[in-house]
Design a protein around this ligand. Structure first.
Ligand SMILES: [Zn+2]
Length: 383
């Protein structure tokens, strides 16, 4: 951090006035696996209530993430894993109503902001827990889930992922299209992060509501399958949707990614040592702690200004109406310098103002665009 990126009074004032919404964090994994109380300050996560307040983040979509490796791509265990996360997020507001407000609509978020509370929301990362049953989309909607991406890194029969070989040719089948239509009918946001290119285009074609990318960057700046091509970014804007930039250095900077892959190979014995004797998500968490420690020690960090580069690119292709934030905090094993936790979010506001964005632009990028898309999706739902 250099002195000229430290937020000045003007930046802090713009930031505090904005209703800031982040579309993706994996923090609930730690809540259910390690019993972490994120209503207090925590040393082991990127996000907690205290640092949300310091960072001026008003609303967080918590990712409900089923790891297929441990819980399957469907069936009882996948369902139970997702349900446990849904209940853990709902419990935040039940146990600490003075801190959290469980939210499902744009109006809920604005109300929580007005009451000085933090809004907690739910998104489903991967359709594994709907278990190939259309009625389970309704079940999760009833429990408060307001977005779903069809596939995480493992393709399903009905939707291809960008993370495996099957996804190279797989899009949505008839059931997959029915899932998207059901989401539209209910008023659940349609999320394209993680899906294969073919699935992306099938989703854009099928959805009658705006399409969002909850945590994806630009392939033009960092060429990985998880990022979006310029045509995809324009297509999302064409639906009225929003691309929420992700803070993971591997999706921000191609150089970092190459160096990381070399380090990952070197530290494999350390990872295996940490994982030994552990099972399920606890095994993954143990390995990721080693990765986070070693990446921080061995790799030059990516500056947080790279996040602003991706925002610039999306705005250049579309307009300031179609970009937002989806940090992926607590789902990533490295963070940019200057955005190492949610507490540092005002740095992004300062950088955007420095680049010539107006206070109104920054307010849209921080959350206004997501609120608009939520409202639009709610309005189109058949009630
Ligand atoms: Zn993800």
């Amino acid at each position: 951090m250099t002195a000229d990126t430290t937020p000045n009074e003007e930046a802090l004032s713009v930031h505090r006035r904005a209703v800031a919404v982040d579309m993706h964090a994996d923090t609930v994994q730690f809540v259910i696996d390690e019993g972490t109380d994120i209503s207090r300050r925590v040393g082991t996560t990127h996000l907690d209530a205290q640092r949300m307040r310091e960072g001026g983040l008003d609303a967080q979509f918590f990712s409900v993430w089923v790891e297929p490796e441990f819980y399957g791509t469907g069936g009882e265990r996948a369902v139970a894993r997702a349900d446990a996360q849904v209940e853990a997020v709902r419990a935040l507001a039940e146990r600490h109503p003075e801190v959290w407000s469980f939210a499902t609509t744009a109006a809920d978020i604005r109300r929580a902001h007005g009451e000085g509370k933090l809004a907690a929301l739910l998104g489903l990362e991967g359709g594994y827990a709907i278990d190939e049953k259309l009625e389970r989309v309704g079940h999760y909607f009833q429990r408060g889930v307001r977005y779903m991406t069809p596939a995480w890194t493992h393709s399903l029969s009905w939707a291809g992922s960008s993370g495996d070989a099957a996804g190279a040719t797989r899009g949505l089948d008839d059931f997959g299209r029915a899932v998207i239509r059901e989401m539209n009918r209910l008023g659940m946001l349609v999320d394209v992060s993680h899906v294969s290119d073919k699935t992306f285009w099938d989703m854009v074609e099928t959805s009658t509501s705006p399409v969002v990318a909850t945590h994806s960057n630009c392939r033009r700046l960092c060429d990985v399958p998880r990022n979006l091509t310029d045509d995809m970014i324009r297509a999302i804007a064409g639906t009225g949707g929003v691309v929420c930039v992700v803070f993971y250095p591997g999706f921000l900077d191609p150089g970092w990614r190459a160096r990381k892959n070399a380090v990952e190979a070197e530290i494999q014995p350390l990872i295996e040592e940490a994982e030994r004797g552990r099972e399920g998500s606890l095994k993954r968490i143990a390995g990721d702690r080693v990765r986070e420690r070693e990446f921080a020690a061995r790799l030059a960090p990516v500056p947080f200004t790279r996040v602003a580069d991706h925002i610039d690119h999306i705005v250049g292709l579309t307009s300031v109406e179609h970009v937002g934030c989806g940090s992926d905090f607590d789902g990533i094993t490295a963070t940019p310098a200057g955005l190492s936790s949610v507490a540092e979010l005002p740095n992004l506001t300062a950088e955007l103002l420095k680049r010539g964005y107006t206070a109104e632009d920054v307010t849209k990028i921080l959350g206004g665009n997501v609120l608009r898309v939520m409202q639009e999706t709610e309005g189109r739902a058949a009630r």
